[in-house]
Design a protein around this ligand. Structure first.
Ligand code: ARG
Ligand code: ZN
Length: 875
């Protein structure tokens, strides 16, 4: 059952509009759907109407008000087929289904969480509610009437604007919602429950007042205030930056405890994982605040990039996701700090997307086929997809990019569009040919960009050569040279970008080389002495950079480069290369893997009060072990990497001792909490310093003490993390965990942190502790956040414990996957991607993983979701 892009065709029938009546009862729900339908011109007169379903039971079926004869339809759990339909006239199909939201543990379609009825329809959840054309190119207006018990569900919400509501007697009531905007089924939503609300309003640039509401569980609404603030800032930003105004009278957000993903952009009714709404200083970290801000913005921005303009089919998923991630990144850059934002996105890209793109789950940003679409909500579609939009913006420059975006909204508003149409608006707006660029959407893999320099002192002539290459990977999608922007500067000894232009070579616009051939050279005359090359500034293209530059030059750039992102990257890359060398199996294991100069440079940067604290914290945050594994690429032994990273940290701690003491004292633990980016940056720096101070002196008590006197969760969790990660087997760590547990036993989101930290604790002793935690009364597989907290962090973020040499980590994880798969296949499949880099490991571990994966592949009960991941990972 592979779905192929090449097989796309329009539906045989055209839907005009739908009226849904949803009756909610304890233990079941009844759905009546009235669809106005017309045969599409060109459809054969005897063609049947075939609608999607998933685990559905049909209760009745009428055509133009009359029951359809048994001979004229087939209804199975996953399909409804109706024959002998009117040849020319429009007709009304009336479909009744009954479902049990309480038993819907997949959390797709209509389900109940904490007593609240809610829906998740993307990608194919609507077919779990009623038979429908459940595909994104069927755009119609929806009218919805919800009926429910008043006590369990005083609040009744759906998309669009509220209509009439009233009493039904018998303790029941109803509400009608009308969405005037045509939309696909995946954007449909209802929520019904006993919810608390905070309200606000926003006046759009053209003067419409929009009523804003955020709904939460009882007693939690005060925790939604920051989310409301983020929403208003998002609305204002989209007007300022992209000229996009909101279009309905109301905008509602609901926070739900059991939710498969981060959040969902349903028209006018965003449904969120409560993790991305609820916050206060005592329970949430700065990272949580930043996460809420990002996700609130992301879902809001989907109103234009996703809802007003949606995707023709699911192969175009990056059309809305890549673009919307780009937009939320730009929002964060404008609201917080551009450099720090970019460092965060690049770290994420390299740690999540690069491994995917270099392993068996590789796929292009716009895939050509899938077996299970839910497995394509990936780092490649989202994060690499955002990089592609960013490259268009860099290639075109801000003015032409904005012109292209304006044209996109103007030309495609109300459409279900394609990537080809998206690229075309920029070609038209900037009168340029982007065909070499469009290859990025179709060719999977991370290209290598190789830089060579030549300086001729006698002529003061500098030659820069760039070569790109792409290896054929698992997706086998081609390796043609692509158009990519390479932002660069020739830096002089005083940290000045030299104003020089190339006398020979290809296309350079301002400081951006528009590289499109496999290899291109650029010659610069009279450069004023040998420059330091600062290249791929701001990570202007998602490539592996190969640039043989002397350590002296790199360390000079780490101090001088006017591009602050590249200052960070220079240090981070140096650390990565050194740790890869020290951690690779064949190399010898030095006690000082970074070398004195690099350590000195890191400490110097950390101590430079002229720099932004958040930036300095990023410099102190060494690349994760898994990033080092990727750099090594083959025959990886996670224990060796961990040992190398540990010595590196010790070296930094020793050298920076006085600097770290100073940084610690500069930020008192009881400073009053404000979640703004500047304050968060100070906390990040102080907590990084605390980590090095504790490690340097071998003193877990310093972190332990901080847990006691911290006035906010950021500092408390950071201190606990120092204990768990740096002193995993110390008795003080267990004590700290116990104290933390007692304090937060009843706070679900904090308990998730507690489980997640322990799941990620390095070392071989971890698995035994995890087995105990797995039986903890607060642990459950039914809540996705909780399942991810322990099992996801173990398999996905704990290379030493998961990859125990004896293979016990793999076996334990396999058993959990099977249990989870029976409850929630989407989450099981997502977690199974922890094996995506298994071919990098040394042979013995590979053999053990191979056994586990082939064992899974042979199990008949696997869900389609999990089977797809297992099969592709093995292939
Ligand atoms: N569209 C949602 C978002 O990016 C995510 C939906 C994820 N859906 C899924 N089936 N995995 O905001
Ligand atoms: Zn999205």
């Amino acid at each position: 059952q592979t779905v192929k892009l090449a097989d796309y065709s329009e539906t045989d029938f055209v839907f005009k509009d739908v009226f849904l009546t949803i009756r909610l009862f304890e233990g079941s729900a009844e759905i009546d759907s009235e669809i106005r339908i017309e045969r599409r011109a060109g459809t054969a007169p005897d063609a049947p109407l075939v609608l999607d379903g998933d685990e559905l039971t049909l209760t009745h079926l009428k055509l133009n008000g009359r029951a359809v004869a048994e001979a004229d339809y087939d209804a199975s759990a996953d399909r409804l087929k109706v024959r002998n339909l009117p040849a020319d006239d429009e007709f009304v199909l009336h479909v009744g289904t009954r479902i049990v939201p309480e038993r819907n543990t997949k959390l797709m379609g209509l389900y109940r969480s904490n007593g609240i009825w809610c829906t998740q329809c993307e990608a194919e959840g609507f077919r779990r509610i009623t038979y429908f054309y459940d595909r994104p190119d069927v755009l119609i207006p929806y009218k919805v009437r919800i009926e429910a018990p008043k006590d369990a569900a005083p609040v009744l919400l759906s998309n669009g604007n509220p209509g009439e509501s009233g009493d039904l007697g018998d303790g029941r009531h109803y509400a009608v919602w009308d969405d005037p905007f045509k939309k696909p089924s995946y954007l449909f939503a209802i929520v019904a429950g006993d919810l608390e609300r905070i309200g606000d309003s926003f006046t759009t640039a053209s003067g419409t007042e929009v009523t804003l509401g955020i709904y939460t569980d009882k007693g939690k609404s005060h925790q939604a205030e920051y989310a409301m603030d983020a929403l208003k800032r998002s609305m204002a930003w989209d007007e300022r930056r992209f000229g996009r105004e909101y279009d309905l009278d109301v905008f509602n957000i609901v926070a739900i405890a059991d939710f498969n993903m981060g959040a969902m952009e349903n028209k006018g009714l965003n449904v969120f994982n409560h993790k991305y709404v609820l916050l206060d200083p005592d329970t949430a970290t700065d990272q949580d605040y930043a996460g809420v801000e990002t996700v609130i913005a992301h879902e809001y921005f989907h109103n234009w990039t996703g809802n007003r303009i949606t995707c023709r089919d699911w192969f175009q998923l990056c059309l809305k996701e890549g673009l919307t991630v780009f937009r939320d990144q730009e929002f964060t850059a404008d609201e917080r700090d551009r450099t720090v934002q970019r460092i965060g996105s690049v770290r994420r890209l390299k740690s999540m997307q690069f491994p995917e793109d270099q392993g068996p789950l590789q796929h292009p940003v716009r895939p050509g086929e899938y077996r299970e679409i839910n497995n394509f909500y990936t780092a490649t579609v989202y994060d690499k997809g955002a990089e592609l939009v960013r490259m268009i913006a860099t290639l075109l420059g801000p003015e032409d990019f904005r012109k292209g975006m304006d044209l996109y909204f103007q030309r495609h508003d109300g459409d279900a569009a394609t990537i080809e149409e998206f690229v075309k608006v920029f070609e038209d707006a900037a009168s340029t040919d982007l065909s070499r660029f469009a290859l990025w959407y179709h060719q999977a893999g991370t290209p290598t960009l190789t830089i060579t320099e030549d300086y001729d002192a006698s002529d003061d002539r500098y030659t820069l050569t760039l070569a790109q290459s792409l290896n054929q990977g698992a997706a086998k999608t081609g390796t043609e040279p692509m158009l990519l922007p390479v932002k660069f500067g020739l830096v002089g000894p005083n940290g000045e970008d030299r104003a020089v232009s190339a006398s020979r070579g290809g296309d350079i616009r301002d400081d951006v080389i528009q590289l499109s051939e496999a290899e291109e050279s650029f010659v610069f005359e009279n450069v004023g002495g040998k420059p330091f090359l600062s290249v791929l500034r701001d990570f202007s293209a998602p490539v592996n950079l190969v640039h043989a530059q002397s350590e002296a030059d790199r360390l000079a750039l780490a101090r001088l480069d006017p591009n602050p992102f590249n200052r960070w990257r220079t240090l981070n890359d140096l650390v990565g290369e050194r740790l890869a060398k020290a951690g690779s199996q064949t190399g010898d294991q030095p006690t000082d893997p970074l070398g004195n100069e690099l350590v000195g440079s890191i400490v110097e940067t950390a101590g430079d009060d002229g720099l932004d604290p958040a930036f300095r914290a990023q410099v102190l945050n060494l690349p994760a072990d898994m990033e080092i594994a990727r750099l090594i690429g083959a025959n990886v032994d996670p224990d060796r990497i961990h040992a190398a990273a540990t010595s590196a940290r010790e070296a930094i701690a020793a050298k920076g001792r006085s600097v770290f003491e100073r940084l610690l004292n500069a930020t008192p633990a009881d400073a009053r909490f404000s979640p703004d980016a500047a304050s968060a940056g100070k906390r990040a720096l102080a907590n990084a310093a605390l980590g090095y101070a504790a490690v340097g002196e071998g003193r877990p008590d310093r972190a332990f003490e901080r847990i006691g006197n911290a006035s906010n969760m950021t500092d408390r969790q950071a201190a606990l993390a120092i204990l768990v990660f740096r002193f995993p087997d110390h008795e003080m760590t267990q004590r700290a965990l116990d104290i933390f547990y007692e304090r937060y036993e009843s706070e679900a989101l904090v308990l998730d942190k507690w489980f997640a930290l322990q799941g990620a604790a390095p070392g071989t002793a971890t698995l035994d502790r995890i087995e105990v935690l797995y039986r903890h009364p607060r642990f459950t597989l039914k809540n996705p956040n909780r399942a991810r907290s322990l099992i996801g962090s173990f398999a996905g973020m704990n290379p030493t414990a998961f990859n125990r040499a004896d293979g016990r980590g793999y076996a334990w994880f396999r058993d959990r996957l099977l249990e989870l798969d029976a409850i929630n296949p989407q989450i099981a499949a997502r977690m199974a991607t922890a094996f995506r880099t298994w071919r990098m490991l040394e042979e013995e571990r590979q053999r053990k993983i191979h056994d586990v994966l082939s064992g899974l592949a042979n199990m008949p009960q696997l869900s389609k979701d999990l089977r797809d991941i297992v099969d592709r990972t093995l292939a």
